[in-house]
Design a protein around this ligand. Structure first.
Ligand code: NAD
Ligand code: TYD
Length: 348
């Protein structure tokens, strides 16, 4: 089986690639990634020499290239994670999100449809999406698989659009697909622009911790390795043409999460209790900021037997330990030097 994983040099993608390469040795895993600012091959150093792993640098927006790639490698399955993924960037440059998240996804769908035609037995297009497509919850309630789409940011609108295209290809062309919509991930290899890694980095560097608005926004947090396990399960056992919500059963208001992070970081860094909390700075709110996300992960739990394996404290501790012992990774990412790694590794 030739399996294409897109966006495998990114945060979640690198954990998915590692899991597939290590646990499905019978597959040839092709990691296709454009290596944007968020893609970093240093995330995959430990498996880059595995015989069943292949890296391809390329852009999913390039229609001809994608078509040729599918014809050349005749993929049996696709796990599609490549995306522009940061809400704040989507507010300043929505078109980048339209290009990669919508046009890029449709290019992949066309290539899979044209390759597989009506020979779809044992073929699967897995689209990895986000709970943000459902919009914002009030104080009560949970997102289920049947919650109406109601995206509020250019990022979530582009992901919602791509979800709809995947569904439409299933209905119109009979493309075999599954979709999952997951809550906020945290863990090792997370680019320090998102809340958790940004704040870990700022605490290390004694920089202000910019909390948007009143800090009362709520997210459900899932350790990234647990998401990778769920993706493996949905890819292999999920029902055709179905959606699975994935979440951590773990809701936190931003300000409480930040205070917990400060407490754990003070302990790890040997600083006096309360030191890092002094860095908290309330800043201007994000426009269109969704108040609350919370996932009902009952379907994947009941049907596929999946549950998160670590508690939030355990996951956060592992995350902090990883950042503290991977100073070089953090330095390369924050200085942009990680891009040189690619040039060195893949220089002709
Ligand atoms: P990320 O930004 O860390 O990684 C995205 C990867 O895609 C990068 O390696 C980047 O180089 C690559 N990429 C971007 N544009 C590309 C293009 N045009 N062609 C090829 N590769 C391209 O993102 P992430 O946080 O790992 O998210 C991965 C997927 O999971 C996304 O689809 C995202 O919507 C979804 N998701 C993320 C979260 C989360 O909390 N991070 C939660 C639920 C769902
Ligand atoms: P983020 O990690 O960007 O994920 P998302 O917007 O996809 O949920 O943000 C998580 C929460 O943290 C969100 O409510 C916005 C907030 N936030 C801050 O308060 N300050 C920051 O610097 C960032 C990046 C996010």
């Amino acid at each position: 089986m030739n399996i294409l994983i897109t966006g495998g040099a990114g945060f979640i993608g690198s954990h998915v690639v590692r899991r597939f390469v290590n646990t499905h040795r019978e597959y040839n895993i092709y990691n296709l990634d454009a290596l944007t600012y968020a893609g970093n091959l240093e995330n995959l150093r430990d498996i880059e020499d595995a015989p069943n792993y292949h890296f391809i640098k390329g852009d999913i927006v390039d229609e001809g290239f994608i078509k040729g790639l599918f014809e050349k490698h005749r993929f049996d399955g696709v796990v599609h994670l490549a995306a522009e993924s940061h809400v704040d960037r989507s507010i300043t440059d929505p078109l980048a999100f339209v290009r990669t998240n919508i046009i890029g996804t449709v290019n992949l769908l066309n290539a899979a449809r044209d390759l597989w035609k009506d020979q779809t037995a044992d073929k699967r297009f897995y689209h990895v999406s986000t709970d943000e497509v459902y919009g914002s919850l009030g104080a009560e309630g949970l997102f289920t698989e049947t919650t109406s789409y109601d995206p509020n940011s250019p990022y979530s609108a582009s992901k919602a659009s791509s979800d709809h295209f995947v569904r439409a290809y299933g209905e119109t062309y009979g493309l075999p697909y599954v979709i999952s919509n997951c809550s906020n991930n945290y863990g090792p290899n997370h680019f320090p622009e998102k809340l958790v890694p940004l704040f870990i980095n700022n605490i290390i560097e004694n920089k202000p911790l910019p909390v948007y608005g009143d800090g009362k926004y709520t997210r459900d947090w899932l350790f990234v390795e647990d998401h990778a396990v769920a993706i493996d399960l949905v890819f292999h056992k999920g029902k055709n043409h179905e959606t699975y919500n994935i979440g951590g059963f773990n809701e936190w208001q931003n300000i409480d999460l930040v205070k917990l992070l400060c407490k754990l970081m003070d302990q790890k860094l040997g600083r006096d209790a309360g030191t890092s909390e002094k860095l908290i700075t309330y800043v201007k709110d994000r426009p269109g900021h969704d108040l609350r996300y919370a996932i009902d992960a009952g379907k994947i739990s009941k049907e596929l037997g999946w549950r998160p394996s670590v508690t939030f404290e355990q996951g956060l501790e592992r995350t902090i330990d990883w950042y503290l012992s991977n100073e070089e990774w953090l330095n390369h990412v924050t200085s942009g030097d990680y891009q040189e790694y690619y040039d060195k590794m893949y220089a002709q």
